[in-house]
Write a protein that binds this ligand. Sequence first.
Ligand SMILES: Nc1ccn([C@@H]2O[C@H](COP(=O)(O)O)[C@@H](O)[C@H]2O)c(=O)n1
Length: 597
Amino acid sequence: AQPGAAAPVAAPLRDLEWGQINFLHTTDTHGWHGGHLQEPQYSADWGDYVSFAEHMKKKADDQGVDLLLIDTGDRIEGNGLYDASDPKGKYTYDIFSEQSIDVICTGNHELYQADAVTREHDITVPNFKDSYLASNLDYIEPETGNQIPQAKRYRKFKTKNQGLNIVALGFLFNFDRNANNSVVIPVEETIKEQWFLDAIREKPDLFVVTGHVGLRMKEFEQIYKVIRDQNWYTPIVFFGGHAHVRDTRKFDDNAFAIASGRYFETIGWMSIDGVTKKGDDEFSAQASASFKRRYIDNNLFGLQYHTGLNETTFPTEHGRNVTKMIADGRKALNLDKTFGCAPQDLWMSRAEYPSNSSIFTWLEELVMPDIVVNKERADVPRLAITNTGMIRFDIFKGAFTIDSTYIVSPFVSMLNYIPNVPYNVAKKVMPLLNNGGQLFAGNMDPALDAKYLVSPEQWSLATQPQLENLETESPVHFMDTADGQKPLGDGDSSERPGLIGGYTTKDDLGDNGDDTVHSPLKFYAVPNCIQTEIDFPIKGDPDKVDLVFVDYVQPWVIMALKFSGGDYSTDDVKVWSNETVTDMIAGWIWENWKVDC
Ligand SMILES: Nc1ccn([C@@H]2O[C@H](COP(=O)(O)O)[C@@H](O)[C@H]2O)c(=O)n1
């Protein structure tokens, strides 16, 4: 870890169980390759991961088993190391490519902005040559306008030590907010394409399906069914992401899927035993494989423990060099520059909303009234709406740095508005966004599913097994009111005093997946959107308001207006300001949190 990073923590650890073929999995790292500087339990950096992987490969070689590395996308957006440079990713692409990865695919974040799509095509795809898979993603070449596969559709290879034949695929969920120099081919179409039908007839010993896909989303289900129909006995292992959770899903005795969290907090471990090498006699392959998984907390204490090494013997020269690349990049970007001092912790979901510790209450009550200002519309009362998914991480008490800005909200979203909306129409929008029932259930228009208004942690928690026993009547993303909140987990650490709060994952294999034994944390559901009334009359309601909203929520706002009796379209939308909301929030912090810390 870099100098200055928080010290690793000591905690009870569960061992990794090795099999014939083993995997290390990262996903949704979002630029956190420098590790978590304010959270010791996730403070190892990408250089430490390079050292870790090198030692683990040696262990695999010594045992005559195989170890493969997987990354399932969303490597960018969410941390100063990526977002603060111009062009974005000036340091992260080189840092990331120092890891030797066997199968890598694309996430939706690599596709939001056209320049990011191009960088992926020009930098990451060549960096990972044969390992980069794009089963359902095309790129539009700028020179010719031709639509070409972003990378190879699938990969067939033999493992180093066991000689197992693998067919690997790399998918993205049916994402439709991608920049127009990319084309995401829906999974249901892809699985009918000839190359795919050929791939699943290759008769490998093991299918490795990677995807920036939530494990419980329909896309993996579809892929599983079509592979299994063609291959009754072949083990299939899925590596997913997007949902920002630790999870393992069982499709059948021979098919499991793992998701390895978010923000480089977690390194996923999956091992498989009982994979039969197919000879001429195909039926020799009928035996059931066994799957084991662990979610490794990404800190030096754990990484050293799992390799059997110590502070001195753990870092490899390569790993150290990568750690230095990270430190140099952070320094060049001045990421540790403090420009405010947060007076307290502000939580996304670890505090109830509304409450003094909720980041959304802080935004709604303190920040929005100050930043939603436009001289030309100063005399018009306004309703300002943002989605809660715009905020990506908590604010910790203490130094708020350039890095923190991008960690809290990396998006380049700006504010738009519709002027002079009758108040009795405008006031119905927010209740519809938060409790639209069928309107935003995704049945009428999947792109308007309300789950896309909240952060992935929120919507995917709703489908997690640990929620089955909760007394929550509605999925998290359709919370009716703030009063309906229930803590997700009991938060009771009294049984295991001295444990650090953290992930206590329950998945289809049980509750022993986390390598580190934690005490559970309480989480609360949050609404899809929050709203602030600004410059309202002291008495009574205004006749008309400017309806101001972050541009991301525009399609939902237009639809909600229609249902509220307001016939507006995108033609009625105007630009409120040319500053990103992230910059506005940073500006507020600069002005209001000036105290030294
Ligand atoms: N401009 C944007 C883009 C996305 N969001 C939020 O992010 C969620 C998706 O997160 P991933 O990391 O999985 O891509 C989405 O559901 C939105 O809540 C946003 O607010 N603004």
